[in-house]
Design a protein around this ligand. Structure first.
Ligand SMILES: *Cc1c(COP(=O)(O)O)cnc(C)c1O
Length: 295
């Protein structure tokens, strides 16, 4: 890429070649595991009765979101620009996402995966034109605010696509987890589909309980109840809203449990630590690392 094509933000960002190489290796390892996990599932689907098989999507690609929260934009640029040209990056904080989006190429597909305050929804959707998906919608107020922001953006520029949203479900029933209750999920999904013309209901997301993830990991026979729950909720939404099953993806699985999640039918995994390493404390995080000479 010539420097003429770069944004100012990119030009000011130095990429350490060793760091870039390590990141590329980590990403490629995760990709391989994801592919293995997804192909295992295809083999699984083949074993189901033919009648069931017809309801399963034939070719099934799994999306890997590289979760870059609290990591510098330099890391993202390294993975986006280099050999892999990875597209999907996930962030947890609206302001951090907005700042990074301003520094990085428009070709990045941003996923807002963190708990979102209602008052941050409209500005986020209005300011980040390459916001690809908001994975953490758990109230109709947040959906409405995202709708307003995306509508405002559409007024200003040609947008060919809707903003994808996932409804986050609190499958584990933990008080401190965000997400809509399983019983209320269909109603919220209906709201998005019927009242938010600039949003596309793309599926459901869960984080799940750490304890369940660990229990399932320590026993190859066991399944993670949170993942089972999300599938059941999806099936209920499909029934109640009369939408095609393939229209509703399941986003489940993080560093600790993405392979288990794939085995249980995940369409999208969100992996941070395994790709980028341990995260710094929020107060120590930098949106970008300056060039050495500017320090
Ligand atoms: C941070 C985060 C992840 C990634 O977690 P890792 O364990 O680092 O892979 C995935 N999903 C959500 C919602 C997150 O907040």
């Amino acid at each position: 890429m010539s420097t003429d094509d770069m944004t100012e933000g990119e030009q000011s960002m130095q990429i350490n070649p060793q760091r870039a190489e390590a990141l590329a290796k980590n990403l490629s390892d995760v990709y391989q595991r994801v592919e293995r996990g997804a192909s295992g599932r295809k083999a699984c689907a083949v074993q189901t009765p033919a009648s069931l098989n017809q309801t399963l999507p034939a070719e099934h690609n799994v999306r890997l979101i590289a979760v870059s929260k609290l990591k510098p934009a330099n890391d993202i640029l390294a993975l986006h620009q280099q050999s892999h040209s990875h597209l999907d990056f996930g962030e947890n904080y609206a302001q951090e996402l907005t700042e990074k989006a301003g520094l990085l190429p428009r070709s990045v597909r941003w996923h807002m995966i963190g708990a979102l305050q209602t008052n941050k929804c409209k500005p986020l959707a209005e300011q980040v034109s390459n916001l690809y998906c908001v994975s953490s919608v758990d109230t109709s107020k947040k959906a409405d605010a995202l709708e307003k922001g995306r509508a405002a953006l559409a007024q200003k520029q040609d947008l060919s696509n809707k903003l994808r949203v996932l409804v986050q479900v609190n499958t584990s029933g933990e008080a401190e987890k965000s997400g809509v209750e399983p019983e209320q999920t269909a109603e919220l999904c209906r709201h998005v589909r019927e009242k938010c013309p600039h949003l596309q209901l793309a599926g459901l997301m869960t984080i799940g309980a750490i304890a369940r993830s660990q229990a399932a990991a320590s026993n190859a026979e066991s399944v993670n109840e949170d993942f089972v729950c999300l599938r059941e909720v999806r099936d209920r939404v499909v029934q109640e809203l009369g939408v095609a099953r393939e229209e509703l993806e399941l986003s489940m699985g993080m560093s600790a449990d993405y392979e288990a999640a794939l085995a249980q039918g995940s369409d999208e995994v969100r992996v941070g630590t395994t790709i980028f390493g341990e995260r710094p404390a929020k107060k120590d995080a930098r949106v970008k690392e300056e060039r050495a000479e500017e320090k």
